[in-house]
Design a protein around this ligand. Structure first.
Ligand code: ADP
Ligand code: MG
Length: 192
């Protein structure tokens, strides 16, 4: 019987905590990869705004609960040619990262702003937050696979790597990042 005495409350709470972390990690991994490995994908024409709205629908309840203000500003909406579900995934990844930093840094009046505009045949989607931005020395690294500043249960470090593959390799566009005075600015440029 003494062998089993160690299974006390602490042991059980600890096991639950570990399971929770593992589930959280699996859930983050699913979020990062959702729709990436679909075999029979076809390129199609779709509206940038529709793909952005699909992403927003998935996360807006969460943002509202956290008090994060999401602003969608559509200046000029166009059809682009590519993979709509993957494109939504990219928008979702970028919004979700912004949400994570806004919460981690406990930012007052947290906000995420999405702008859709166009120049000639190009559609430009910018996603900005007011979480203070990314350290200059890490600006390029954030697209590297497994680069993450989150604990291992919270981040896979694959979201932006996959996002860049989707936009640049699969859709021939460009995904870049910079800082403005308030925070990070992610910019997607794709041709119609
Ligand atoms: N909006 C942002 N503001 C500040 N840092 C960011 C932002 N978006 C991404 N990052 C940084 O880029 C890293 C990599 O992002 P990502 O590839 O999605 O991996 P993960 O979210 O799993 O950490 C994050 O860990 C974070 O340090
Ligand atoms: Mg991420």
């Amino acid at each position: 019987t003494t062998r089993f005495k160690k299974v006390d409350n602490d042991y059980i709470l600890n096991a639950i905590d570990k399971s929770d972390k593992m589930i959280e990690f699996m859930s983050n991994t699913i979020d990062d990869f959702r729709n990436f490995y679909k075999p029979d994908k076809k390129k199609e024409d779709f509206y940038v705004s529709d793909a952005c709205k699909k992403a927003i629908n998935i996360i807006d309840a969460t943002l509202e609960n956290l008090g994060i203000n999401l602003i969608l500003d559509i200046k000029e909406d166009k059809k682009i040619f590519g993979y709509p579900t993957e494109f939504s995934q990219v928008i979702l990844n970028i919004i979700s990262n912004a949400k994570d930093v806004l919460i981690e840094k406990n930012i007052k009046n947290p906000k995420i702003e999405i702008n859709i505009e166009s120049k000639g045949i190009l559609s430009i989607i910018s996603i900005k937050d007011n979480a203070g931005g990314i350290e200059e020395k890490n600006l390029e690294q954030i697209f590297d696979p497994y680069y993450s500043t989150k604990d291992s249960s919270k981040g896979t470090g694959l979201g932006l790597y996959i996002s860049k593959l989707i936009i640049e390799r699969n859709m021939g566009g460009d995904l870049s990042v910079s800082n403005n005075s308030e925070g990070a600015v992610f910019k997607i440029v794709v041709a119609g």
